[in-house]
Design a protein around this ligand. Structure first.
Ligand code: CA
Length: 535
């Protein structure tokens, strides 16, 4: 496809007047100059506005970023095709230094094919490091909303300040996304999504007395159904706005596929059937996320763990704790020792898989970043599940790192021996805010503190807490557990060479998208001094 000159100003202006960032702006208002009115009226290019799912960017590098959109005039069409026939569409993109696109620095064209649900993943190159850019797409006469993104600073370059948010668990029917609504104003360098972006197992909520809003149902198991589920979620304007405001780095947890899955096993299904389902779920995930082509699924396999660096400031080791793990243990009938059942400590069991573990340790060992982050799904620290105050019991941690103690020991022993700079873990999944010190020996409070874990609450999953609770210090037997809170929200992290600051941003309620968001608590970690402190 050849490129034309500047996009037609008249079309843009009209689109703005018509509210072209919204859904259903209509594809018929195209009789502006630059396009043949005769052709437009004879056969509208799209029956309706095709950029209903918004735009996104992700996985920034010093010279580029992934730009994403998907053409879907009818995003909830049950056949999963977004209201388009099985044809290939040309999509143009523009990247500019300014929001008005007067200084365009990159322009190109790609194809949106029915095989990938007319999604587009443009890996833009040739941009400057550590810079803000704006981008948009055009298909036929239709122009997408404008997205803002930022490239990573040059490798090793000195960085003064880096601001990121992390988010997880955004069950659509249990709440509005006031947490996402708060993000665009934060001028973030990055948003890290730690999983449970959709809830594939959920019905539409009409049979759920606690549902705050509804989406299509029932549970998703086929490619068509997964595609529609992403459509359901991305009809949320606040989610689209958060994507349009900053680059995302994403990883999945279980609910993007099926609750509690581990490698090829999941409840109430056979490995053969589950791998077919997993392939469909992975494809729909790729189709709706700003991922690089290295993450295009091959059947039921998908390369998702990867490293993303921001100058000399921070390196994110984005983990996949689902695809390579051994099945969760329920410890039934097993002897316990020091709080763990035998299978939880079995050195033959893994959560990372051998290859990912080696990759992680290699990265931690060679990193020159000030802050070294494991961006991952489930609680890493040892967690006491005992109601009995005299006894530590971790046997309930089947899905978390407690159920895979050997892998955690390997990571912590490596950290203790090799001393990567400021190891940090950021976590989702559990729908509560928590702060943990990571100990050389969790059962010995006097043992060395090696790093910190910040667990971020859910965006919406679980709905408003019945009994809002905030606790400084531990409620059970874990002196390394420094903080607990069960409100909804997200986490903002502000990094400088001297200090990591975590702000727990909570919403007053998930019953309204415009609910106020505020900082409940702030913790800091000083460079070279492991352990988090309440600010
Ligand atoms: Ca989860």
């Amino acid at each position: 496809m050849t490129l034309q000159g500047n996009w037609d100003r008249t079309t843009l202006t009209r689109r703005r007047l018509l509210g072209w960032a919204g859904m259903g702006a209509g594809g018929l208002a195209v009789a502006a100059s630059g396009y043949s009115p005769a052709r437009a009226s004879a056969r509208p290019f799209f029956a309706d506005y095709p950029f209903t799912l918004g735009v996104a960017s992700g996985d920034p590098l010093p010279d580029g970023v992934v730009l994403w959109t998907r053409l879907a005039p009818d995003p909830l069409a049950p056949d999963g095709n977004g209201g388009l026939p099985p044809e290939t569409y040309g999509v143009r993109f523009e990247v500019a230094e300014d929001e008005r696109f007067s200084r365009v620095v990159r322009r190109g064209a790609v194809e949106a094919t029915p095989e990938l649900a007319h999604s587009v993943h443009v890996e833009v190159q040739g941009l400057g490091p550590g810079r803000e850019y704006f981008y948009r797409f055009k298909a036929g006469p239709e122009i997408s909303p404008v997205g803002r993104t930022k490239t990573a600073p040059a490798l090793g370059a000195a960085v003064d300040r880096f601001a990121a948010a992390f988010a997880s668990s955004q069950h659509y029917i249990t709440g509005f996304y006031a947490a996402y609504r708060d993000m665009p104003a934060q001028e973030l360098d990055l948003v890290v999504h730690l999983g449970d972006y959709i809830y594939a197992d959920a019905s539409g909520g009409r049979d759920d007395p606690d549902a705050v809003r509804f989406h299509s149902g029932p549970r998703a198991t086929t490619l068509e159904e997964y595609r529609v589920r992403y459509g359901d979620y991305k009809t949320d304007a606040d989610l689209r706005a958060a994507h349009a405001a900053a680059a995302f780095v994403v990883t999945f947890d279980d609910h993007e596929v099926k609750n509690g899955w581990a490698d090829e096993s999941a409840r109430n299904t056979t490995p053969e059937a589950f791998l077919r389902q997993r392939a469909a779920a992975f494809q729909a995930y790729y189709e709706h996320m700003p991922l690089r082509r290295t993450s295009i699924p091959r059947g039921p396999d998908m390369q998702l763990y990867r490293r993303i660096s921001f100058g000399d400031m921070v390196e994110f080791n984005v983990l996949d704790t689902r695809q390579y793990r051994d099945r969760q243990t329920d410890c039934s009938g097993e002897e316990t020792a020091n709080g763990y059942c035998a299978s939880a400590t079995d050195p033959g069991r893994t959560i990372l898989g051998e290859e990912q573990e080696r990759w992680l340790l290699d990265g931690l060992g060679s990193s020159t970043a000030r802050w070294n982050v494991l961006a991952q799904q489930i609680i890493f620290a040892q967690k006491d599940n005992a109601a009995n105050p005299d006894k530590q019991e971790y046997v309930g941690g089947g899905d978390q790192w407690d159920g895979y103690k050997a892998d955690r020991d390997t990571v912590l022993e490596f950290v203790q021996a090799r001393r990567p700079s400021n190891p940090m873990v950021i976590t989702g999944d559990i729908h509560t805010n928590n702060v943990y010190d990571l100990k050389a020996d969790f059962s010995d409070p006097d043992s060395e503190t090696l790093g910190s874990e910040f667990v971020g609450t859910s965006i919406s999953s679980g709905g408003d807490p019945g009994n809002p609770t905030t606790t400084d210090g531990d409620r059970t037997n874990d002196p390394h557990h420094l903080f607990f809170n069960n409100n909804r929200g997200y986490v903002r992290c502000t990094l400088t060479p001297e200090r990591w600051q975590t702000d727990f941003r909570i919403v007053t309620t998930v019953l309204a998208p415009e609910a106020p968001v505020s900082t409940l608590a702030t913790f800091v970690v000083e460079d070279g001094q492991p352990g988090a402190k309440r600010a």
